[in-house]
Design a protein around this ligand. Structure first.
Ligand code: MF3
Ligand code: CO
Ligand code: CO
Length: 291
């Protein structure tokens, strides 16, 4: 468990001394979980008001881009054109595209079409056509603060099964978010999502997960979207994380493109969808930051 002096300022940014602010609730609520063997977050994962404000500012860029893409994405455009738009809006608004050069990633966002699960690389020769579904994943850095969100877009008329996959995946993301409460094990998110996908016989991708975010791109906790009975990290107010289920129409298994080292596709070639929000754990429940 994290340690903080009783006379130091509380981690929550209230300006009060720890002993008259969160000491009581931390001890009372967290120590029992520690005894039961649940991992507890490191202190750095509990963000203060200033950090949360910074992430909210960063989110304005991420959300602006996702909104603009709604009318921009249509038949005949390339995924490279999406990347150009992302780069232009981000830099115009004073931000940095986090994916660019992240562990060698070559572009400014991820564009994942049809059976591509995530980490698709924008390409001038990849042209969207009627019936396609595409996820665009945006991560922005502003003044050192990261916000991470993605949405699905559809091209013209799409099949009924594609429509259902896109809608159910969105429903999974919101159900995962709405179940978030402080002092809950993060694994509960995956339980809630897997309960939904079971009804449709969809596969929940296991190889990739949501994550803590805000002061860096990928930090604790790991947010799995599939069911688990493991003792997972306890959520505490002030933590910021993503919920970003990747759901396949068929098997949950995935393959990574050997040539580019990035593109993740469903192993059976079935359609895949994903939605992502950055979320703040609050005293009451949670708040979507990228809305
Ligand atoms: N934005 C992705 C996520 O949700 C990560 C992309 S990493 C990249 O975690 F390098 F592919 F951009
Ligand atoms: Co993410
Ligand atoms: Co993302």
């Amino acid at each position: 468990m994290f340690k903080i002096g009783r006379n130091e300022r509380c981690w929550c940014g209230s300006g009060k001394k720890y002993k008259v602010c969160h000491e009581w609730s931390d001890e009372e609520k967290l120590s029992k979980f520690a005894t039961e063997g649940y991992p507890l977050p490191e202190r750095e994962l509990i963000l203060n008001k200033e950090q949360i404000e910074g992430i909210k500012e960063s989110s304005k860029i991420t959300v602006k881009i996702l909104d603009e893409l709604q009318s921009f994405i249509k038949e005949g455009i390339s995924t490279q054109a999406i990347d150009d738009l992302v780069y232009n809006i981000t830099t115009d608004m004073g931000g940095i595209c986090a994916p660019y050069d992240y562990e060698g990633f070559p572009k400014h966002c991820c564009t994942s079409v049809n059976d591509v699960v995530c980490h698709g690389i924008p390409d001038e020769y990849e042209i969207l056509t009627e019936g396609d579904i595409i996820n665009v994943d945006i991560t922005t850095i502003l003044n050192g603060y990261y916000s991470d969100a993605s949405r699905m877009y559809t091209i013209g008329n799409i099949s009924d099964n594609a429509k259902q996959l896109v809608e159910v995946t969105k429903q999974c993301m919101y159900a995962g978010i709405e179940c978030i409460k402080p002092y809950m094990p993060v694994g509960e998110i995956g339980n809630v999502i897997n309960d939904i996908t079971d009804k449709y016989n969809y596969g929940v991708v296991r190889a990739l997960c949501g994550h803590g975010v805000g002061i860096d791109f990928h930090i604790d906790p790991i947010v799995n979207h599939y069911r688990t009975d493991k003792k997972t990290m306890i959520l505490v107010p002030g933590m910021v994380l993503t919920v970003e289920p990747m759901i396949n129409e068929g098997t949950w298994d995935v393959v990574i493109d050997e040539d580019d080292g990035w593109t993740v596709s469903s192993a059976d070639g079935s359609l895949s969808a994903q939605w992502e929000h950055t979320v703040l754990v609050t005293e009451e429940g949670c708040e979507i930051i990228t809305k």
